[in-house]
Ligand binder design. Structure first.
Ligand code: C5P
Length: 222
């Protein structure tokens, strides 16, 4: 049987990557976190003192660097020019700048090309903001996953506690809302539910319930 392309889109901290990892692992598919690619470019731009609003400079940088996504036990290792940046790309600094990088049209075009190449090996679960609308418009299964801002902030808060990061619920709500606004309102492939995507509000669902729902849809389409 042929592997499906599964696109999972939605706003910041909706649990997309957690669910995408579980779904990929249960189906034996490759998991691709496209947000990590924008984060890796942003990380490198900050290091190289490149303005995250400068499309030309970012595009040049993107052409010069190598971003690698490698499957690992608990998801995915991200490397830039051979350096393991899996943790570093989750920093507050990168998180607060990444939506600017991701708003640059030519950066997006090149990222989408790279992502399509990665998805060519059939049997992928790809998560992001524009996978169902722009990167893989022919994906067999599209999910648009969301949850209330408060619920997303509270999940992020729990996650931060485990990683020793100290940010208040209020700050987290602000961070998330600001990123949602930037991602939804940008001109180049904004965050938007694809017409043929299945909408899942995960506010009062467990991780297992969400993963099972998606796997049931996937089984029907295989
Ligand atoms: O998924 P994650 O929160 O790590 O993504 C970080 C940022 O990268 C998003 O806030 C968004 O600005 C950008 N992004 C995007 N398109 C994607 C994936 C992520 O614009 N497909």
């Amino acid at each position: 049987e042929k592997g499906l392309q599964i696109a999972i889109d939605g706003p910041a901290a909706a649990g997309k990557s957690t669910i995408a990892k579980i779904t990929a692992s249960k189906l034996g598919y490759t998991y691709i976190d496209t947000g990590a690619m924008y984060r890796a470019l942003t990380y490198k731009a900050l290091q190289s003192h490149i303005n995250v609003n400068d499309d030309d400079a970012l595009l040049k940088l993107l052409n010069e660097i190598t971003i690698e996504l490698q499957p690992s036990e608990d998801g995915q290792i991200v490397k830039v020019d051979g350096e393991d940046v899996t943790e570093a790309i989750r920093s507050q600094e990168v998180t607060s700048q990444v939506s600017a990088t991701a708003a640059q049209p030519r950066v997006r075009e090149m990222m989408a090309d790279k992502q399509r190449q990665l998805a060519n090996a059939a049997g992928v679960v790809m998560d992001g903001r524009d996978i169902g609308t722009a990167v893989l418009p022919n994906a067999e299964l599209k999910i648009f996953m969301t949850a209330s801002v408060e619920e997303r902030a509270s999940r992020r808060y729990e996650e931060n506690m485990k990683r020793g990061i100290n940010r208040s619920m209020e700050e987290l709500c602000q961070d998330i809302s600001r990123r949602d606004k930037a991602d939804t309102e940008r001109a180049a492939s904004p965050l938007k539910q694809a017409a043929d995507a299945i909408y899942i509000d995960t506010t009062s669902m467990t991780i297992e319930e969400v993963a099972d729902t998606i796997i049931q849809f996937a089984e029907k389409r295989r």
